[in-house]
Design a protein around this ligand. Structure first.
Ligand code: ADP
Ligand code: ZN
Length: 522
């Protein structure tokens, strides 16, 4: 008799048409076939779906796939059906005939994969039906949706652990996600699994992508010269507004570049035509809002430029990740200015999310700003954010060009002593008010004007201090508690600096334009 892994390999060719596993897939498939509960953290595009689809076909019985994204569900069901697999989905946007087809297959025990939206699964009739039909395995896609600290919290995900028990006692459970920092990972394990699962984490490193950030000076020129340095190559230029998308497309066209705009405000026909051209022709530069990208599967995108700061680290990573899918060198450049930072902050403050959510969004933005201002290897800083330790890369602007540094030991000690003297219980703006001697309501309320630290950082503006905090965070001397009101604490390494045993070098702070950015974003 053939062992399950050999059957999996055979199906990899015959059903999916692939020659080999991608890195990481085989170990996961093997663990799943061994009956283990699994949590897999893998970057987008690395081939997560195969890790549950393949075992679902090797093992007998029905695999339930929970996914919050109806469009992705539909794509996967279509692809599986086309490959001759009996698959279906239950969700609110199905045609009634589709539901009838799926329920029929289910009742006859012929269905192998059933995709369900979490809110549909929360319905008692669905649970009952599945318990009756028998389910052998549950795969949860986008598992970070279970975490309130994630950027995509779905309350219905919280009940999945319980539902698994109702549907099938000790139902084998698999959780997949592309984004999970340490607290989110902890949440996934706690909320979806009764006992700790086998954990697989694929590296987020994309060594073929060159990383670079530049402060905005004359941004249109900066974009133009970056694009011109990639003559004839396909690339994407992301902008934060539709107007800018159109303007930049014009500017690039005038310079003889084959540029096309893409944003949600364009007629669907024009949008589709531009996307098709980008996908099929060589050397097209798409100027686009973030509406462009989902479902783009072009392997030879040679560069991604952010004409404006992305909204947070995750967005940045996804967006640059569209370059160099073929593994060949690709170039990225992100421009950022004080205006961008303020715009992104304002978008968070004026959005209608809960206070807790806003705090998390602020921190994710802060992490991106830390990356923009990192004093050392950008890749190392980025990977550290995803919880991954790495060596310096030699393939980022900071490794290659360096950056002007200054001895920031005293500044670092001031900032850290403000953190420590207030009991590691406060957020950045309050700490900065103390440092700059700003007698705010909260400073008075907590008597923090009586601290020896009060006003010791008067020589610097609040914007400078923000940069210092972000840089100290980027190099790991201070850390922000994601779950506890965004309070800052001093790390073990930070203590070495505080006790005077270690020097700190930070990047020179470029003076902010006068009158901007000090009180507004409080
Ligand atoms: P993710 O869910 O991780 O973003 P997908 O599961 O959608 O990624 O897979 C991304 C792409 O990679 C899909 O087009 C898929 O067909 C392809 N793919 C997955 N596994 C393999 C493989 N072993 N060989 C070749 N292509 C693969
Ligand atoms: Zn580097």
């Amino acid at each position: 008799m053939e062992d399950p892994l050999s059957s999996a390999r055979a199906l990899l060719h015959s059903v999916f048409g692939f020659n080999a596993f991608r890195p990481g897939q085989e170990e996961i498939v093997r663990a799943v076939l061994d009956g283990e509960n699994v949590m897999a953290v893998m970057p987008t595009g690395s081939g997560k779906s195969l890790c549950f689809q393949l075992p679902a076909l090797v093992r007998p019985g029905l695999t339930l796939v929970v996914s919050p994204l109806i469009a992705l569900m539909r794509d996967q069901v279509q692809a599986l059906t086309a490959a001759g697999v009996s698959a279906g989905s239950l969700n609110s946007s199905n045609e009634p005939t589709e539901n009838t087809r799926v329920l029929g297959l289910l009742r006859r025990g012929e269905l192998r994969l059933l995709y369900v939206a979490p809110e549909r699964l929360a319905r008692p009739d669905t649970v009952e039906m599945l318990a009756e039909a028998g389910v052998s395995m549950m795969a949860i896609d986008e598992a970070h949706c279970v975490s309130q600290w994630g950027h995509d919290f779905r309350p219905d995900y919280l009940t999945l652990g319980n539902l698994a028990r109702q549907i099938g006692g000790r139902l084998q459970t698999l959780a997949f996600t592309a984004t999970a920092d340490a607290p989110t990972r902890g949440d996934i394990v706690e909320k979806l699994f009764a006992a700790p699962p086998r954990v697989f984490v694929r590296s987020f490193d994309r060594p073929n992508l060159r990383l670079a950030f530049k402060p905005k000076e004359r941004s249109t020129r900066q974009v133009l010269s970056f694009v011109q340095s990639h003559k004839g190559e396909s690339g994407i230029v992301y902008c934060s507004s539709r107007r800018k998308v159109e303007e930049l497309a014009e500017t690039l066209k005038e310079a003889g570049i084959n540029a096309r705009p893409y944003h949600a405000g364009l007629e669907k026909a024009a949008r589709d035509a531009n996307q098709d051209a980008f996908q099929q022709e060589d050397g097209i530069v798409m100027t686009a809002t973030v509406a462009f990208g989902m479902g783009i599967d072009k392997p030879d995108v040679r560069f991604v430029c952010h004409a404006d700061l992305p909204s947070n680290v995750e967005a940045y990573y996804q967006e640059i990740g569209r370059a160099g899918r073929d593994g060949l060198p690709a170039d990225t450049l992100t421009l950022y200015g004080l205006g961008d930072m303020q715009l992104r902050r304002l978008q968070i403050e004026q959005g209608d999310s809960s206070d807790e959510r806003k705090r998390i969004e602020r921190q994710r933005l802060g992490a991106l700003l830390s990356l923009a201002e990192a004093p050392r290897c950008r890749r190392q800083t980025l990977l550290a954010y995803f919880g991954e330790a790495s060596e310096i890369c030699g393939n980022c602007d900071l490794c290659q060009e360096g950056v002007e540094l200054f001895d920031a030991t005293i500044d670092a000690q001031k900032a850290m002593s403000a953190i420590v003297r207030t009991g590691e219980r406060f957020g950045m703006e309050h700490l900065i008010a103390i440092l700059t001697g700003d007698l705010t309501e909260n400073v008075s309320k907590f008597n923090h004007d009586r601290l020896p630290t009060f006003g010791v950082g008067k020589d610097r503006k609040a914007t400078d201090w923000r940069s210092i905090f972000r840089q100290l965070s980027a190099v790991g001397l201070i850390a922000q508690e994601l779950m506890e009101h965004g309070r800052w604490r001093v790390t073990d390494e930070g203590w070495e600096v505080l006790k005077g045993g270690r020097r700190v070098e930070l990047r020179k702070i470029v003076a902010a334009p006068a009158g901007k950015g000090s009180r507004r974003d409080r």
